[in-house]
Design a protein around this ligand. Structure first.
Ligand code: CA
Length: 225
């Protein structure tokens, strides 16, 4: 279980991190909006503990980023007393819960357990990256407003890319996620299916979306900076 703790106060961060380690949670700490956004995009994070007042911005920006990416993971806001408008706005943006500082560690653990229950997980209905949209219920994709019909493996591959935009996915990772154990590790099935997807997603006049990263794998759209 990987927890991302977004907190710029070193005393609070250290208190929470020590407590979580003792409970067996792997914890990474980010102290800025920028770092937090980098973590949630690149790493497998299961839950975010989110302070709202950060040196380079508001914790709400992290929620907006998750929402844009279609990443659905539980977020518990760590708020100060009186931040009522912030709490409401955070919940509207998809945060699961909040806890008001100062809090007892036991209460934080209890809220985390609730947020991590499968029934409590928020569910996104669609993923959106650039001009690409994927409906998770009907399993239909659109590029720049035009429908793209996909075979089941193509659909799973596109979903994996869209859940990890800008992140380089190795062939091994793609194989293990999309084909699970039903593959020969030496096969070129990933390259073949990336080729299928590219042909289906390409539109004259629009930039290609899936980039080959030599020696590393593939990624959907390069990072902005
Ligand atoms: Ca703060």
């Amino acid at each position: 279980m990987n927890v991302l703790l977004v907190e710029d106060d070193p005393r609070i961060a250290s208190f929470i991190q020590k407590g979580l380690r003792a409970e067996g949670y792997m914890t990474a700490v980010a102290s800025t909006v920028r770092d937090a956004v980098g973590y949630v995009t690149a790493d497998d994070v299961d839950l975010v503990l989110l302070d709202l007042g950060l040196p380079d911005g508001h914790g709400e920006e992290v929620l907006l980023h998750l929402r844009r990416l279609g990443l659905v993971l539980p977020v518990i806001m760590l708020t100060a007393r009186g931040e009522i408008a912030d709490k409401v706005r955070g919940l509207e943006l998809g945060a699961s819960d909040y806890i008001t500082k100062p809090f007892a560690f036991e209460e934080l653990l209890a809220r985390m357990r609730v947020a991590l229950r499968p029934a409590a997980q928020p569910t996104a209905q669609e993923l959106v990256v650039e001009d690409l949209r994927l409906d998770l219920l009907t399993k239909v994709a659109w590029r720049a407003g035009r429908r793209v019909d996909l075979a089941p493996r193509e659909w799973s591959l596109l979903e994996l890319f869209m859940r990890n935009p800008t992140h380089v996915l190795s062939r091994t990772r793609i194989l293990s996620r999309v084909w699970e154990f039903d593959y020969d590790p030496g096969s070129n099935v990933v390259d073949v299916y990336v080729g299928y997807l590219r042909r289906k997603l390409n539109r004259p006049g629009l930039p290609p979306l899936i980039q080959t990263v030599r020696g590393a794998g593939y990624r959907l759209v390069p990072p902005e900076d």
